[in-house]
Structure formats: structure tokens, C-alpha cells
Design a protein. Structure first.
Lengths: 113, 116
């Protein structure tokens, strides 16, 4: 029979607007978090990371916010550009020393010119 | 550095055939991961090597799947026999975990596998 695809959350924005992508994580022991960007036909690419001893970290046009109380992570993209259109994944690592991250389902960002 | 290299980029095969996917991690990285990505299940970890030794293969779906890492610069993921439900994009990723601190994974471009 026909397979049903996974429906990713989608965020549509206009070029120049700011974008906020949210992620809820489940493991309270996680102490390292990463945001990845995956463009069509490519592998996930590192954007920015944050450790649990921080609640905010800024990069070029991107900011990651971490709220450990509610286990919530967000990625803010300033002045969103068409080239930002992609699927964005958050990933978490726990204190067990394993280098195996747990990936979220992803959010599709669509930037309209 | 050329980054993580995967081959082939696309593979189309018929059910029952053997498929071998290849990966060259970034030089100096000591950990390697194989992932499978589908629309239904998202990104799934299949197996993880550290210093060429398989550490966690709990994500390998069944005995038809096997992975090897004969040396620090090469790994293979083999499916024998292949089935249509194995159709997916397979990613290899590597990481430098020697410092004892967390670092981001570097992903290859993926191999798109289609089993007819």
C-alpha cells in the first residue's frame, strides 16, 4: 500500500523576517545540545551548539536559547534569507559520556522571497 | 579536508541483491556513525564505532545489516539481501572524541538507496 510520509512541522517566513525554531528535549541529564541544518539532498550540517552551563549563545545571525527548567531549546535566525530554507534538527547528548546524540524530528523552514 | 566521503551517492538495486555502502571519515576523527533517514522514521542511528571498534549496534534493524571498520579511514555498511523497505538515505558521520569533550558530528553527503 501507499506509505504515509512523516509530516514535519513547517515554519514559513518572509525574507528579512526573524525566524524562531523550537525544540523540546526529553532527557534531563542532557548537557550538550546542537542545531543542525539539512538542505535538500545534503547531509545535516552543524550550525551552533550550547552546553548546559549556558542559557544563550550567539553566532553569525543565529542565537540558541536553552531553558533547562522546561527542557526547551530554540534557534533564532535573524534576517532570514532564502538560503536558510532547510530542515533544522536539534540534537542532545547526556552526561553518560556517550558521543551518540539523540536527534529530534526536525522542522522545515521555508523562506519566501 | 574534503570532509566525510561516501560512495556511491546513489544506488538502485533489485530486491535480494547485496548492497555495500562506503564511508571515509575525516582524518583524525576516532568515532564513526552510520545513520538511516526516511520520511517515516526520520534520522535513525544504526551503529557507532569508536577507534574502529563497534560500540553500539542496537540500531541495526536485523541480521541482513552488517557494518565493518577495518581501519581508521574506512567503513562499510552491507545489506544482504536487500529489501524494498531498506530504501532510504544512509549517512555516515564522524567525530573527534579524543579530547573527552563533546564535539559536533560531521556528516557525509549520504547515499540514496532504492531497492526495487
Amino acid at each position: 500500500g501507499e506509505s504515509v510520509g512523516l509530516h514535519l512541522p513547517t515554519l514559513s517566513v518572509q525574507e528579512g523576517d526573524n525566524s524562531i525554531i523550537n525544540c523540546a528535549y526529553s532527557n534531563s541529564a542532557s548537557d550538550y545540545f546542537i542545531w543542525y541544518k539539512q538542505e535538500s539532498g545534503k547531509g545535516p550540517q552543524f550550525i551552533i551548539d550550547i552546553r548546559s552551563n549556558m542559557d544563550k549563545r550567539q553566532g553569525q545571525r543565529v542565537t540558541v536559547l536553552l531553558n533547562k527548567t522546561v527542557k526547551h531549546l530554540s534557534l533564532q535566525i535573524a534576517a532570514t534569507q532564502p538560503g536558510d530554507s532547510a530542515v533544522y534538527f536539534c540534537a542532545e547528548n547526556d552526561r553518560g559520556g556517550s558521543y551518540i546524540p539523540t536527534f529530534g524530528r526536525g522542522t522545515s523552514l521555508i523562506v519566501h522571497p | 579536508d574534503a570532509g566525510v566521503i561516501q560512495s556511491p551517492r546513489h544506488e538502485v538495486t533489485e530486491m535480494g541483491q547485496e548492497v555495500t555502502l562506503r564511508c571515509k571519515p575525516i582524518s583524525g576523527h576516532n568515532s564513526l556513525f552510520w545513520y538511516r533517514q526516511t520520511m517515516m522514521r526520520g534520522l535513525e542511528l544504526l551503529i557507532y564505532f569508536n577507534n574502529n571498534v563497534p560500540i553500539d549496534d542496537s540500531g541495526m534493524p536485523e541480521d541482513r545489516f552488517s557494518a565493518k571498520m577495518p581501519n581508521a579511514s574506512f567503513s562499510t555498511l552491507k545489506i544482504q539481501p536487500s529489501e524494498p523497505r531498506d530504501s532510504a538515505v544512509y549517512f555516515c558521520a564522524s567525530i573527534d572524541s579524543t579530547g573527552g569533550t563533546y564535539n559536533e558530528q560531521f556528516f557525509g553527503p549520504g547515499t540514496r538507496l532504492t531497492v526495487l
